[in-house]
Ligand binder design. Structure first.
Ligand SMILES: Nc1nc2c(ncn2[C@@H]2O[C@H](COP(=O)(O)OP(=O)(O)OP(=O)(O)O)[C@@H](O)[C@H]2O)c(=O)[nH]1
Length: 304
């Protein structure tokens, strides 16, 4: 629990986070936020409300930390009156504050929290500060048109997942999905119609994933998915389901139907010490090439 900052703390905090000192600002406007300081979600922030927030890696938690070393339900934050309490929920790798393992801890403003490999801190911000920082986060990590991860953000997360799979010898699946004859879509219906199709494709793919999986726009009309620990049979079933969903979806632009199909290349492999991310993506890309060559609107899989 963080006691709301007094003036001295605020000046110090602002110096640390590189903002201009605002000695006179009114602390009553400040709201508590949990800020992610490292890892693939670096820069992301969560407004803390006056109740408990569960942190962890499973989809149902309030604050999802996409770090393989974080437990599914790792810990919780309680905002109570003027304080913020951090409690470990019997996590595997523990909850640390300023380098010390804690079971339950009343947070101070400058405390550094460590869950798995992810550093976090509490900060107090005005709503407009938080909004502009969130916009910066989105610009760095998200594809502006589809609002899913961009390629760079995906590669960062995928490297983390690969390290986890190496330690645990689990499977990793990469799925490359590419809209068929998309040049024709643009030529026949216009670029705006093409954009509309890409936005809807992102929504469909997003809905098919588990929350711990990652989806990104990899290139123009190409999407990439990373799925942890599913069998090659389950990956094939999922890819087939996605292909059928897209084929049956009624894409439209200005009331004009736009028939759209996907070709999907899948690489599903058990991760060895020397497996590289580039090699898995290349194998998925090769499978995608085969799907195109073998007639499009189909799935090809490389299972290792
Ligand atoms: N509307 C729209 N089109 C895009 C975007 N990014 C890439 N494209 C278009 O996607 C098309 C991709 O064309 P190609 O690489 O020839 O592939 P294709 O026509 O889909 O053919 P196959 O992949 O072989 O089935 C190009 O015409 C690009 O201009 C985008 O953001 N919006």
């Amino acid at each position: 629990m963080t006691t709301p900052p007094d003036k001295t703390q605020l000046i110090l905090s602002n110096t640390l986070i590189g903002k201009l000192s605002e000695n006179s600002r009114d602390t009553s406007e400040l709201e508590p936020y949990l800020v992610v300081l490292s890892g693939s979600d670096q820069g992301k922030q969560y407004k803390l409300h006056h109740h408990q927030h569960v942190l962890g890696r499973e989809p149902a938690v309030d604050i999802l930390i996409p770090d393989p070393k974080v437990s599914r339900r790792h810990g919780r934050l309680w905002v109570q009156n003027q304080h913020i309490l951090l409690e470990d929920l019997n996590s595997t790798n523990g909850t640390y504050v300023n380098g010390k393992r804690v079971a339950k801890h009343k947070l101070e403003l400058l405390d550094r929290i460590l869950l798995g490999d992810t550093y976090l801190k509490i900060d107090y911000k005005r709503a407009n500060e938080a909004k502009s920082e969130q916009a910066l986060y989105a610009a760095a990590n998200l594809d502006a048109m589809t609002n899913i991860l961009n390629r760079n953000a995906f590669m960062l997360r995928a490297q983390q997942e690969l390290s986890f799979c190496k330690r645990n010898e689990t499977r990793l699946t990469v799925m490359m999905c590419d809209a068929d004859h998309f040049k024709r879509t643009n030529d026949n219906f216009g670029h705006l119609a093409g954009d509309q199709v890409l936005k809807e494709l992102a929504k469909i793919l997003n809905a098919e994933m588990r929350q711990e999986d990652f989806l990104a726009r990899y290139g123009g009309e190409e999407f990439i998915m990373l799925l942890r620990d599913i069998s090659s049979d389950a990956a094939t079933t999922l890819a087939e389901r996605i292909r059928l969903t897209v084929m049956r979806h009624a894409f439209q632009y200005q009331n004009q139907p736009i028939p759209t199909t996907l070709s999907i290349g899948v690489c599903s492999c058990r991760i060895m010490a020397d497996t590289s991310l580039e090699a898995i993506i290349q194998a998925a890309d090769d499978a995608l090439y085969r799907a195109k060559k073998n007639g499009r609107n189909r799935v090809e899989i490389d299972a290792r």
